[in-house]
Design a protein around this ligand. Structure first.
Ligand code: ARG
Length: 587
């Protein structure tokens, strides 16, 4: 497990050293290094530095070139244009760096962060007694990918599934169950689908009585009070709703091929007891004030619709607590008990105003600070093919499960079409169909920047061409098949060999995996990782078209190309795994 310094870092270091010795008085020299099509890298920083030092940029560039240590890593540097540097890396350095990554079977030479913290990821937060919809899909998929990425960089993550399991809506449900015992089958006896259909039935029936019967309405209201004051019998009935819902949640998460741990399902109810204390603290500190009986926080800088200032309600005039109080209490728990350094919320962008107010309140109270920060990764809406929020033809919200089932069905058909050629068994077809279908849904979600809306288009998602997970999965399987076919020969690095342009391009991209990952993780941007992997698969395709592997000219070249294949496969596999997507060995 030795981490490998990337070629970009090596070149950056050498350029910085050369610049510093050419301009000893200037501090903070940045060569502004980037990948380039002309050479391997271009450095554009000399122009600005020359200006600052009142020097001629071309002369400075020439001076810097003379200082650069070339040979092992840098093969060639030349001055171009008004004072840019074009830098070419030696073939040997590319192969050697990849060989060092290859030797690290666990992490491909990717370093861990120097100072990891603790990030609480609030994601996958469905609501009790309700069906999950596409919005919950986004939170789950994005949150899971971010967690994978963060963990890989060495950060410690703790998941929190802030499920909606508390509030006045439970009065009606519990009262109905109280009056119609046995309407919910015990959770242990049902599967996910039955659980949800039971919950739906109870919900509809109780709603009907609630709307028609004033006296029931009153009994339901009293039931809310009983729930909040911790009445034992009421809590037991409430627990039945939670348990039944969990059976359903777990079945959906399993379909999503996603691990959710019971101890991380900590819903709104968990913060119930702490809410009065939260209110008391905020009032004592003067962060929240009484206004018409309610306890509220005012903001000058935060405005809602029509540019009107909106207060955050911590406690209603009737003494009740709501969503804001539970989130504020959760922050105290996460900061002081879980010792978080970062709070990350993966929640629909339509709740961003709520979070801005909650975070600002917590800052004023001193619970958040420059050291302990909170972010809402507000994600956009899932749209249908018509560009409008995703609905069924009847105008209803789409059930998440139906959607996943359809994706798997379509994917299985795609897999089946090619199955004979690869010789897949029926069992493998079914398993791959799942991985391809679920992968397609996840990838489509992750490959667009989270704050943007995206179109849910299954045809496009399972297409073999273009920026889809299937394309990446096939690239991976194709490499694996070549490695299997190699028989006698195996992947061995040969740094002495000259590389073809397609090999160089692939190699340089592979070497940049760790940097890309660090950047994508720091920015909470899984779409950058997706874009990297897509480019990797594309570069591999070009390599494969231009450079025969098993029929290469010499045995050493066969081995070196197999080696490039294998590093590509491992990088694809690792990257996809971080996004929560499987890569079948045979497809
Ligand atoms: N359950 C909420 C919903 O479905 C999302 C909860 C988000 N997390 C939070 N800490 N408020 O809209």
């Amino acid at each position: 497990m030795t981490s490998v310094t990337s070629l970009t870092d090596l070149v950056h270091q050498r350029l910085t050293d050369a610049l510093t010795s050419a301009l000893p008085e200037t501090d903070g020299v940045d060569p502004l290094l980037r990948r380039s099509d002309r050479a391997d890298y271009q450095a554009n920083g000399i122009l600005a530095l020359a200006k600052k030092a009142k020097a001629n940029p071309r002369e400075l560039a020439t001076q810097v070139v003379a200082q650069i240590e070339s040979g092992d890593v840098i093969k060639d540097v030349e001055v171009s244009g008004p004072g840019f540097l074009n830098i070419t890396i030696s073939d040997k350095a590319i192969t050697q760096n990849l060989a060092a990554r290859y030797a690290d079977t666990e992490r491909l030479g990717v370093p861990r962060k120097d100072t990891p913290g603790v990030t609480i990821v609030d994601y996958a937060q469905p609501n009790v007694a309700k069906e999950m919809h596409v919005g919950h899909l986004r939170s789950a998929v994005i949150g899971d990918a971010l967690r994978g990425m963060l963990d890989f960089t060495g950060e410690r993550t703790i998941g929190r599934h802030h499920i909606g399991d508390w509030g006045t809506q439970f009065g009606m449900l519990i009262q109905y169950l109280f009056e119609h015992p046995g309407e919910l089958a015990p959770a242990a006896e049902v599967d996910g689908e039955q659980a949800m259909s039971n919950l739906n039935r109870v919900y509809k029936a109780s709603r009907a009585v609630f709307d028609a019967d004033e006296e029931f309405k009153e009994r339901a209201r009293k039931r809310v009070v009983a729930l909040q004051s911790g009445d034992k019998e009421t809590l037991e009935l409430w627990q039945q709703f939670v348990d039944e819902s969990k059976v359903y949640f777990y079945s959906v998460f399993e379909k999503l091929d996603m691990e959710v741990r019971d101890e991380e399902i900590v819903g709104e109810s968990a913060y119930n007891e702490g809410m009065p204390e939260t209110a008391r603290l905020l009032e004592e500190m003067g962060v929240a004030v009484r206004s018409e009986g309610a306890l509220v926080v005012f903001f000058d800088e935060i405005r809602g619709k029509d540019d009107q200032p909106v207060p955050l309600i911590v406690q209603k005039a009737d003494g009740g607590f709501g969503y804001a109080a539970s989130d504020l209490t959760a922050i105290r728990d996460r900061v002081f008990d879980l010792k978080a350094t970062t709070l990350l919320y993966v929640v629909d962008v339509r709740q961003s105003l709520h979070f801005r107010m909650v975070f600002e309140t917590a800052r004023r109270a001193g619970w958040l600070s420059d050291e302990v920060t909170a972010h809402n990764m507000g994600y956009g809406t899932v749209l249908g093919a018509d560009g409008k929020p995703f609905k069924t033809r009847e105008g209803e919200t789409v059930r998440l499960e139906d959607l996943l089932d359809e994706a798997v069905e379509r994917a299985t058909a795609v897999v089946r079409e090619k199955a004979e050629r690869v010789g897949l068994t029926e069992e493998e077809i079914v398993e791959n169909g799942r991985y391809v279908g679920i992968g397609a849904v996840k990838y489509a979600d992750l490959s667009t920047s989270a704050n943007r809306d995206y179109k849910f288009d299954l045809d496009q998602m399972v297409s073999l061409n273009g920026d889809t997970s299937v394309y990446l999965q096939y690239a991976y399987a194709r490499i694996k098949s070549i490695l299997r076919k190699a028989e006698g020969a195996g992947p061995v690095a040969h740094p002495e060999l000259e590389l073809a342009p397609a090999e160089r391009a692939l190699g340089l991209h592979l070497d940049a995996f760790g940097e890309l990952l660090a950047e994508a993780t720091a920015e909470y941007a899984p779409h950058k990782l997706a874009a990297y992997l897509y480019q990797l698969a594309s570069l591999y395709t070009t390599f494969y078209d231009q450079c025969p592997v098993l029929k290469a000219e010499t045995p050493a070249q066969v081995e070196n190309r197999l080696f490039l294949c294998d590093v590509t496969a491992r990088t694809l596999h690792q990257g996809m795994a971080l996004l929560g997507i499987r890569t079948p060995e045979r497809l």
